[in-house]
Design a protein around this ligand. Structure first.
Ligand code: ADP
Ligand code: MG
Length: 410
């Protein structure tokens, strides 16, 4: 694609063919800001480079730091259509690429029954009849009967698109292999039809919540950025930009308190969306002062696990006032007897707080279990599966790619 013409460093949006590209990093920052997304320089630089280099962006980081929103805002500011592939474990690649429209094929064969009968009418035996039908295969396995799913839709789109491949860490290796072909060539091979090559390079955004390591091969194909919680200034800007109704002075303190909660290394740290929710909640309650009482009463807006809640409750007084005494009722000994209700073991909570392995095991209990019984390299035991997910062998990427190449020759 042609770069944006940059006479005088200024481009009139939506008028030139390159209107969906950015002039420079500042332009990127400004246009995202106008769309309500406050990026920092690093993120804006990555997005700017992606649009110029035609490379996918891989955003890794904790939940709620604006990874998905970035793709949505990118579509908004570039005027491109957003196509989204939400990844999940056990996802069938046909759901990501394309399916044959079985219903439509059946309908056509019903309507064309007479015609089909003519084809086989004078066949000597069953074998010959099958042969004759098989010769008509290409009629029914043609583009007409193809149902594109997000990846093929992105590649075959007449218009330039943004393709969001969300939470790719939840996908299996098989799907990751399919993605490799797509991300390096921007093409998809359909054995019955041929290779579909992108008319316009899509802006691809992959996100990962870090529940497992992604293959080196996948990372190599992408501009990689770790997106962490924003600094105080930017988080405050984000809160203020959301019209939460909370006075600025209180918002500043609230951001500080949330940052303090993040230090506690909870199983699920509060993220930007939680800070926004908390600000809205406090504004609705008409709170004039952030006291330990009012914060404790509304803490469930930002902390979602019982054990985290206990930990956070204990910390609130000292976060509000570093010299505060911890009330006896919230002190030691309160927690036990609770917190066993999630149906899986918590004994590592303190040891590996909010770590990726912990999230992997807990956010989705059973994710490494049962569904994969029997498949090579997978175990039906949850803890084994978890181990496998933690330690991805270095050669995994190339193996996945090889497997993918075998499956769908170009
Ligand atoms: N940089 C940002 N500017 C504006 N809003 C943001 C930003 N980052 C996060 N948010 C807010 O946080 C919410 C959660 O972000 P999301 O993209 O869903 O997180 P993730 O995909 O990383 O889990 C968004 O809907 C948005 O309201
Ligand atoms: Mg997301």
């Amino acid at each position: 694609m042609d770069p944006v013409p940059s006479e005088g460093g200024h481009v009139t949006q939506q008028e030139t063919p390159g209107a969906d590209e950015f002039t420079d990093v500042d332009d990127t920052l400004a246009r995202f800001r106008d769309a309500g997304y406050l990026a920092d320089d690093r993120l804006a630089t990555t997005v700017f480079l992606q649009t110029r280099l035609g490379k996918p962006v891989l955003l890794e980081g904790p939940a709620g730091v604006g990874k998905t929103q970035l793709a949505e805002s990118l579509a908004e500011v570039t005027g491109r259509r957003l196509l989204r592939l939400q990844c999940y474990e056990g996802q069938d690649e046909t759901k990501a690429l394309y399916e044959w429209d079985y219903g439509k094929q059946m309908l056509y064969t019903q309507i064309l029954r007479e015609k089909i009968n003519q084809v086989v009418e004078d066949a000597a035996d069953l074998n010959e009849a099958v042969e004759r039908i098989a010769r008509q295969d290409s009629v029914f396995f043609s583009e007409r009967f193809l149902a594109p799913r997000p990846l093929l839709e992105a590649i075959s789109s007449e218009e330039p698109v943004v393709l969001l491949i969300d939470e790719v860490d939840r996908a299996d290796e098989a799907l990751e292999a399919v993605l490799l072909e797509l991300l390096s060539e921007f093409q998809i091979s359909i054995p019955e039809v041929g290779t579909v090559t992108a008319r316009h390079t899509p802006y691809v955004v992959l996100t990962s919540n870090n529940t497992r390591d992604l293959s080196a091969a996948l990372k190599r194909r992408c501009l990689h950025l770790f997106l962490d919680y924003p600094d105080t200034r930017r988080e405050l800007d984000i809160i203020n930009s959301k019209d939460t109704g909370l006075a600025e002075a209180l918002a500043i303190r609230l951001v500080e308190i949330v940052r303090g909660l993040r230090e506690l290394e909870l199983r699920k740290s509060p993220s930007i969306s939680e800070t926004i929710d908390w600000a809205r909640t406090l504004a609705v309650l008409g709170v004039k002062d952030l006291t330990a009482d009012v914060l404790s009463q509304t803490l469930n807006v930002v902390v979602k696990y019982e054990r985290d809640l206990e930990k956070a409750m204990r910390a609130i007084p000292s976060l509000v006032d570093p010299n505060a005494e911890v009330p006896e009722s919230l002190g030691r000994g309160h927690g036990h007897g609770h917190g066993h209700g999630h149906g899986h073991e918590h004994s590592h909570d303190e040891a590996e707080p909010d770590g990726k392995a912990v999230r992997a095991a807990k956010d989705n209990p059973g994710r490494h279990a049962a569904a994969y019984g029997g498949t090579k390299g997978r175990s039906t035991s949850g803890s084994e599966g978890e181990k496998a997910a933690r330690s991805v062998p270095a050669g995994q990427g190339s193996r996945s790619f090889a497997a993918g190449a075998r499956k769908r020759p170009v």
